[in-house]
Design a protein around this ligand. Structure first.
Ligand code: ADP
Ligand code: MG
Length: 280
């Protein structure tokens, strides 16, 4: 289930990528020492043959101000392919703003986000207008939110198939892939159930299947287990990490839960819009 949408929109976006922007910028003092940095290829460089971890997402100097609040205050961050990253911090510290800025939901006031990873042309997310960011999110990113945000009137398999169909996959094929994802997340036989007929943990696994179905480069999850009990939370996190990292994709998960964070390979603590700790 790897064949994906056409290249038309990434072909368009690629023309917007400044080739060397990141190399001119300083790394954050909060970033850990990095003995073998994997440089982002210039736009258009052949990347298909590259192997090993690469920079999937690179943020430089991200700021976002809401009135008197500096929700992001100069964040620098590199995320590697195949990396699972937990973001923790007090309420209001900027976790959601960071996630939304990295993923192109929110435009920062200043700073850049570059999506790399080598499967597709590198693209500067912050150089795109809202419409192109929306297309980029649909085609290259996956999202899991706390409440799943499934469409209640659609069945489980229709919920998973929906974003594929929005990307142009014909319905039978989208539902076939959707059923495959549901099965791989332990939900075989539940394709025809609506969200109201599933438990909270099952609903979150449908949401994970939906996020994964488009073969995203990066999966973003904001408190994905916040509404679940601890046993169910562990099952859902395992499903989320396995389905992402085992396939060489990148996972960014905001959580308050130490047990959830402990399942990730890297922990970033945010406070007052800054990264105060970054540990592998
Ligand atoms: P967290 O997810 O860590 O709880 P957020 O990123 O949601 O924090 O918010 C960081 C700060 O920015 C908070 O002070 C919050 O009130 C403020 N903020 C976030 N989004 C908005 C918004 N759309 N309008 C105004 N203030 C916002
Ligand atoms: Mg939040």
């Amino acid at each position: 289930m790897t064949q994906r949408r056409s290249d038309s929109s990434s072909g368009q976006t690629r023309a917007d990528v400044p080739p060397t922007k990141l190399e001119d910028m300083d790394h954050s003092p909060a970033s850990p020492p990095d003995p073998a940095p994997a440089p982002l290829a210039p736009a258009g460089a052949p990347t298909a043959l590259a192997s090993g971890p690469r920079v999937a997402l690179a943020a430089r100097g991200l700021t976002k101000v809401y009135g008197p609040v500096r929700a992001l205050d100069g964040v620098n961050l590199d995320l590697r392919t195949g990396e699972s990253v937990a973001i923790m911090g007090p309420s209001g510290s900027g976790k959601t703003t960071l996630l939304h800025t990295l993923s192109g939901i929110t435009a920062p006031d200043s700073g850049t986000v570059l999506l790399g990873g080598g499967r597709h042309p590198d693209v500067e997310v912050t150089g795109l207008d809202e419409e192109r960011r929306a297309a980029l999110r649909r085609e290259r990113l996956g999202f899991v939110f706390q409440e799943g945000l499934l469409l209640p009137e659609l069945t489980a398999v229709e919920n998973v198939a929906m974003p594929l169909m929005l990307n142009g996959v014909p319905r039978p094929e989208a539902e076939r892939r959707g059923a495959g994802w549901l099965a791989s997340l332990g939900l075989a036989g539940m394709e025809a159930r609506r969200p109201g007929e599933l438990s909270g943990g099952q609903r979150q696994r449908v949401a994970i299947a939906r996020a994964q179905a488009g073969e995203p480069d990066v999966v973003f999850a904001d408190e994905p287990t916040g509404a679940l009990d601890s046993d169910t939370s562990a099952t859902v996190m395992d499903a989320l990490i396995d389905s992402t990292v085992s396939r060489g994709r990148t996972l960014v998960v905001v959580t308050h839960d130490d047990a959830v964070a402990a399942r990730c390979a890297r922990l970033i603590r945010v406070r007052d819009g800054r990264i105060e700790e970054d540990a592998r």
